[in-house]
Ligand binder design. Structure first.
Ligand code: AMP
Ligand code: TRP
Length: 335
């Protein structure tokens, strides 16, 4: 039986539900980009979570975004030679099988307590109109991660609860059947990030474009959103201001990052400096978006398709090998 030698250490995914926001870049992509250069980091793998998009969209609505998300990853600095990139639906059967085994280890009540589900329920979904897939979402996420036996998962703060469920499922499985899965940890640069919407309403998300910096948008639109963004009165601390600073630090060069630091010092000393802060952030953002969009325009669809097919085979081999371990541990291999 062939053994894959692509042992995954860092693993993450993004749903193809529309253009990426700068929050996706900061929360999920940047940690992998930053660590990919470090010698001691093992193999990294990212994927387009097209099956997860099925929770709130039809496949034909998201299919055309799949290649786009891969282009986004690469244009944000993911090194194609260092990273494996695949599309989740390459592994539909393997995911479905692990889902089946893991679903036995979690109760309906536990699933109903997941914060992301509770949030959807607040937004109008309820037991009579929400699909079972929505509630099963965290199990599918655990299957993605555990099939690759990944140790680290870079995600934003909104996904931390899902990683916790993945750990619980892995722990329960290991306890019951023997040590098959490593317990994955959240990977972030500092504490997990939550970028607020620039309008101040909730988190920045593709689903609320008015407060989001969409990487593909005409740059002028994004710069205008920064100009009008919520911040804070002199001396005051706010989540909106923290998010702006995080964006500024992400897009800024060293000089701009230093400027942001000294502007923030003056802010806490009581000076009115929000206009100045937004100016520095805009300079960095304009350069960043320009470089991103140029790089993205240079990428060819045929190269992307070739890459995801080759890497999809590797991910599938890993998944099959994990399932063999799982079945053996559970005693499911009678024949
Ligand atoms: P999604 O676009 O919901 O598929 O999210 C993809 C990744 O981006 C996940 O790791 C999220 O945690 C991260 N992410 C999405 N929105 C934000 C946000 N506002 N702040 C930080 N990370 C985020
Ligand atoms: N649930 C994540 C999101 O909505 C996407 C995702 C699916 C993911 N499976 C994953 C992220 C596995 C990391 C690892 O953003």
């Amino acid at each position: 039986m062939e053994n894959t030698d692509y042992k995954v250490q860092v693993f993450t995914g993004i749903r193809p539900s529309g253009g990426l926001t700068i929050a996706n870049a900061i929360g999920a992509v940047n940690p992998i980009v930053k660590i990919q250069e470090e010698e001691e980091v093992g193999n990294t793998m990212v994927f387009v979570a097209d099956l997860h998009a099925l929770t709130d969209a039809e496949p034909k609505e998201t299919q055309s975004n799949i290649v786009d998300v891969v282009k986004d990853y690469i244009s944000l600095g993911l090194d194609v030679n260092r990273n494996r990139i695949f599309v989740q639906s390459f592994l539909t059967q393997e995911i479905a099988e692990l889902n089946l085994y893991l679903s036995r280890l979690v109760t309906i009540a536990e699933l109903m307590r997941v914060p992301t589900l509770k949030e959807k329920i607040k937004k109008g979904q309820n037991e009579s109109n929400a699909s079972a897939l929505l509630a099963m979402y965290p199990i599918m996420m655990a299957s993605d991660i555990l099939l690759q036996k990944s140790e680290y998962v870079p995600v934003g703060e909104d996904q931390v609860a899902h990683i916790e469920i993945t750990r619980v499922l892995a722990q329960k499985f290991n306890k019951k059947y023997g040590n098959v899965f490593p317990l994955p940890k959240v990977l972030s640069l500092g504490k997990p990030v939550r970028i607020k919407s620039l309008t101040g309403n909730g988190k920045m998300s593709k689903t609320d474009p008015s407060g989001a910096i969409l990487l593909d948008d005409p740059i002028e639109i994004s710069l205008n959103k920064v100009k009008r963004a919520q911040s804070a009165f002199a001396k005051e601390k706010s989540e909106s201001l923290d998010s702006l600073v995080l964006i500024g630090e992400f897009v800024g060069n060293e000089k701009e990052r230093e400027e942001i630091l000294s502007i923030m010092k003056r802010h806490y000393d009581g000076e009115n400096v929000m206009g100045e802060l937004k100016g520095v952030i805009s300079t960095g953002l304009e350069r960043f978006l320009k470089e991103f969009q140029e790089k993205k325009a240079s990428l060819k669809e045929e190269d992307i398709l070739k890459k995801v097919k080759i890497d999809g085979d590797i991910a599938r081999e890993n998944a099959k090998e994990t399932l063999r371990d799982v079945r053996k541990a559970m005693g499911l291999e009678y024949f």
